[in-house]
Design a protein around this ligand. Sequence first.
Ligand code: BES
Ligand code: MN
Ligand code: ZN
Length: 487
Amino acid sequence: MLFVPVFEDDGQLQALPGLDEATNGDIGRARAGGEFRGKLYEFFIARVVAGPYRAARVALVGAGRRADSDPERLRRLAAACGYTARLRSVRTAALVVRDGFDLLTTAQFCADGMSSAEFDSGSYKTSDKDAGRFPDRVVIVAPGADARALADAVFRGRTVGDCANRARALANEPGNVLTPRVFADRVAQMSQAVGLSVEVLNEDRIRELGMGLLLAVAQGSAEPPRLVVIRHDPPGAPRTPVLGFIGKGVTFDTGGVSIKPADGMERMKDDMAGGAAVAAAMRALAILKAPRRVIAVIPMAENAVGGRSMRPGDVLTAASGATVEVINTDAEGRLLLGDALWYAQQLGATHLVDVATLTGACMVALGRAASGLFAAPDNWADTVREAGQRAGDRLWPLPLYDEYREMLRSEIADVINSSGRWGGASTAAVFLREFVNGRPWAHLDIAGTAWLEDRKAYQPKGATGVAVRTLTELGLMADLPLPPDRR
Ligand code: BES
Ligand code: MN
Ligand code: ZN
């Protein structure tokens, strides 16, 4: 099946000469008669009855208005093609890269999108007949592209798409299956398989390092915490910069003693989506041989209710030495991330990016349309935002004003962990900043974007793999602003 994106405002399909004749005029009639207008995700499938095309069928897929097109939309379009191919159990699918955009970037996104349709949702259904069968072979057709460069672009897209699928699969796993120990094992396995070096710290090691925040989150659970460190250290890479990726790895968030309402709590199995995104991006960077050093730190714990759970009012001591008064045990993500941010810097990270399903408040602010971006200094914020832009993850900047820091004042400790509803995404971010020693740092709050509530033409309900593409893009970028001497 040959998939051809068609824009609403396309005139004649000059990009594919003879296609109309090859379908015996079906395509021309469908377009002239309004049966196919090119609206986004609209499909029209015709039989190919004559040459020169070798496909048995051609599927026109609506691409909307050309001016509205961006890489993310093209990727979704390719994913919709992939799903269509899969649902119809098409054996070989080809996707045409349309003219008018950067050919190689578009080819990359087409391969990425197609790969995302291969996603195995990790269904536990004992009979799953509706899933269809993904093609044995997918071809990306880019007329006029240099063959070698095209192969590289397609490989990159395929790699990123596949790695994002792995992040999605992890985040979809239920909390009884994906405990911190299992999460650590699976991350270690998928990292070692591509030659990354991995270290899994157990509870004793975590205690030796003095990570009182991570330990406090984990202490209510029967499942012990883990801290996973993944290193990408390619030979010949410059000593600095060293990117540090930190991902929230709460395998289930009940809220702890400050327990969450029952309604929708099942979703809190994905509270490790940030950690999964970080691990998946590391895998992509290893496969793509990123030429710089990257260190990932993923703190893993279950935030459970139990006789040993931390209590509101408890005072904790972080590995950095800072003390924290717990106001709300449901503000657990910032706790374990505080220790992980500290550790990433201990290990030599010079430029930090953390990714976390951190606050409902961020979802209130931005809905599901964008992740929150909190970053300093400005040139690092711009770098991360541009990486997101190119990669197809929407990041929207939110502030880190001093007023938010004032809201975290404690009577008894250096800082409280929660100051209530107002500005909740920003106060959480400012809490994290307490653990950053003046290095370039960005925090992505993916609470609203990590999970898709209603299925789309391009994606099933569930984990989205958000941030995998941005982190990968950052790791592959040629220039990063160098760290300031001191701030
Ligand atoms: N994991 C949640 C945030 C979350 C909420 C993610 C909804 C995805 C969807 C986080 O640990 C949390 O509970 N945050 C609290 C913070 C509050 C207690 C200050 C929240 O947002 O309500
Ligand atoms: Mn919570
Ligand atoms: Zn949480």
